[in-house]
Design a protein around this ligand. Structure first.
Ligand code: ADP
Ligand code: MG
Ligand code: MG
Length: 258
């Protein structure tokens, strides 16, 4: 079993308008183990994407206090590619377009940088896996020969992030609003992909605004973030409550003024 621990994490970003640092995360605590799926919910602007980017090592986000540990080892000083090799994966809220690199090339490269140099994935095995996962996600083979995300619709980009997840098979995946902009059919496809990953060697943080996704990917734990902190933990029923009451009920209950 692997463990990803977020301990009292404080993060600042540069506020370009005011030309000074702004604290976004104000002491986040969270422990995720392989075999578990956790959801993070919370209003817009509360720091969910900041948390994802910081876990993955985006240098734009400055950790001022606290730590991120993978199996007890701090990953804070590791660059993004090293974190990826350690088994972390982030499906971004806004996946980038990479002209000139096909989807298939990108997948092979990202898989192989995570393997020992002298042991790249054999091409036959790669193609077999790719075929299987394209089928699972109702994706057309032609998608793999297109440049990465270039001209992809919002839904295609999200599906493509799940294709990467299935091909790369990370230990821990953070899915940042993978459901935003998806119609119900695409949502079910995305959920099918994530559920196919479920198992003892996989843990996931699913960030979402809406309870709907959690009908299809049932989380073990739900965390609510507000004002840069995790303010409440619960089970799937917590997500349902938020869907009914909005965040106002929880604000009142916890006496928060944020
Ligand atoms: P969420 O994902 O919960 O909607 P974000 O983490 O995207 O929240 O944003 C939290 C706050 O941090 C917002 O006020 C946002 O404007 C600010 N922020 C996030 N990323 C950056 C950045 N790269 N530069 C400046 N401000 C940022
Ligand atoms: Mg947002
Ligand atoms: Mg966000």
């Amino acid at each position: 079993m692997s463990v990803l621990e977020i301990k009292d994490l404080h993060v600042e970003v540069k506020d370009d308008e005011k030309k000074k640092m702004k604290e976004i995360l104000k002491g986040v605590n969270l422990t995720l183990k392989t075999g578990e799926i956790h959801a993070i919910m919370g209003p817009n602007g509360t720091g969910k994407s900041t948390l994802s980017e910081t876990i993955m090592g985006n240098p734009h986000y400055h950790v001022t206090q606290g730590d991120i540990l993978l199996n007890g080892e701090s990953i804070l000083s590791m660059p993004v590619d090293e974190r990826a090799r350690k088994g972390l994966f982030l499906a971004m809220q806004y996946p980038a377009e990479v002209p000139g690199v096909t989807n298939a090339e990108f997948l092979r490269t990202t898989i192989n940088v995570r393997r020992p140099k002298n042991d790249p994935m054999p091409i036959t095995e790669f193609l077999k896996e790719l075929d299987k996962n394209l089928d699972l996600l109702d994706m057309n083979e032609a998608m793999t020969e297109r440049y990465l995300n270039e001209g992809f619709s919002g839904g295609e980009k999200k599906r493509n992030e799940i294709l990467q997840l299935l091909m790369i098979k990370p230990q821990f995946a953070i899915l940042d609003e993978i459901d935003s902009g998806l119609d119900i059919d695409a949502l079910k496809v995305v959920a099918r992909g994530v559920n196919a990953m479920r198992g003892d060697n996989f843990g996931s943080l699913i960030i979402t605004h809406y309870q709907r996704l959690l009908n299809y990917i049932v989380p073990d734990v739900v965390h609510v973030m507000m004002g840069g902190r995790v303010v409440k933990d619960g089970g799937p029923e917590l997500a349902k409550r938020l869907e009914n009451e909005g965040y106002a009920g929880l604000r009142d209950e916890l006496g928060l003024h944020i």
